[in-house]
Ligand binder design. Structure first.
Ligand code: SF4
Ligand code: SF4
Length: 67
């Protein structure tokens, strides 16, 4: 069963610093294109660790619709 929350990245603000990727124990957030971070919403449990360390504040934790 998926968590009720997940992380969402505002790619216009992300600077692809990679701080979030080291914080996620599940490997659910990566910077595959060198431009902005991408969340694997199947892996993400919405814990918020990445959003707390992000220096630009571009990660928000959202509710899954219908979860
Ligand atoms: S920590 Fe924030 S700014 Fe840095 S790569 Fe992750 S989402 Fe982007
Ligand atoms: S909210 Fe938690 S599980 Fe999801 S990407 Fe961020 S650190 Fe990983």
């Amino acid at each position: 069963m998926k968590s009720k929350k997940f992380a969402s990245v505002n790619k216009d603000i992300c600077v692809s610093c990679g701080a979030c990727t080291g914080e996620c124990m599940l490997g659910a957030i990566t910077t595959p294109n060198g431009c902005y971070a991408v969340v694997d919403t199947d892996k993400c449990v919405g814990c918020g660790r990445c959003s707390m360390i992000c220096p630009t504040g571009c990660i928000s934790i959202k509710d899954r619709i219908g979860a």
